[in-house]
Design a binder for this molecule. Sequence first.
Ligand SMILES: [Mg+2]
Length: 287
Amino acid sequence: MIPVCGPGRGSLWGPGTEEQRRAPRAHFQQHLKAPLPGATELVLVTDLDGTLLEGSLPTRRRLYGWLGSQRHRILQVFSTGRDMRSVARLLAEEAVLGLHPPHLVIGDVGCTVACGASLTPSPLALEPIEALWRGRAAQVLPLLAGLPGLSAEPLSSDRRLAYAIDPRRLDRSRLPAIEAHGVDCLVSGDKYLDVLPAGVNKGSTLLGLLEWLELDPALVVTAGDSLNDLAMFETGLQSVMVGNAEPGLVRALPGLRRTYRARSHGGAGILEGLRHFGFGHLLAGLV
Ligand SMILES: [Mg+2]
């Protein structure tokens, strides 16, 4: 699938108002606390756990320091299954290693888009996702309550339901009956089940974001390690599957025409992928 630019052309995020259609980027930026790079040379969209956060302490310090020094030309997006509370905790924990907040966060496996500086969700992104989610939880919660292998309570419930799973006990044959209620069931890392509004995932939300920000898809590189990253890779955007990717994601590799399989794990794999896709010149400041 080749991304198209301009809100409204088949976008999950709806047509917007006429004023929004005239200047979508300016409109979107009104909701951001920190400015986006004026001249973007790369849009780096990274998963967190197992990807950006994976690596030795020296590797992470080096990577985080480099990202912090490139904010004027690399638009940085975290794309994660974590909710905003968890992202806030993580940013506080990793600050000691030099991790700066990104420009934007796609959280809740694509169900939230937030300003990286404030972690305040963008209403432009949330409204269409909320419309798809409305009433779904009430329909699927009774079905999920009877499903063995799930945590007793959802870990998160912002426009989706996230559960910890026991992969040996989870009966996957019962998931299609849940999906019949207008949701997608996504198992990733053999650790989590996410119940998402149908069609909403890290990939669909990223495409919506690129439309609003009027960004050239050729400048985008995504990176991830687990099955909730597959939707990003399926967009056809340049993508890096890091060396420590889960087996289910590796099995999908032959069908992913623009995804590079890095040898290196985590953060080092991201850098290897950037060199592969011709962004090596941006790494000159990496010490
Ligand atoms: Mg991950």
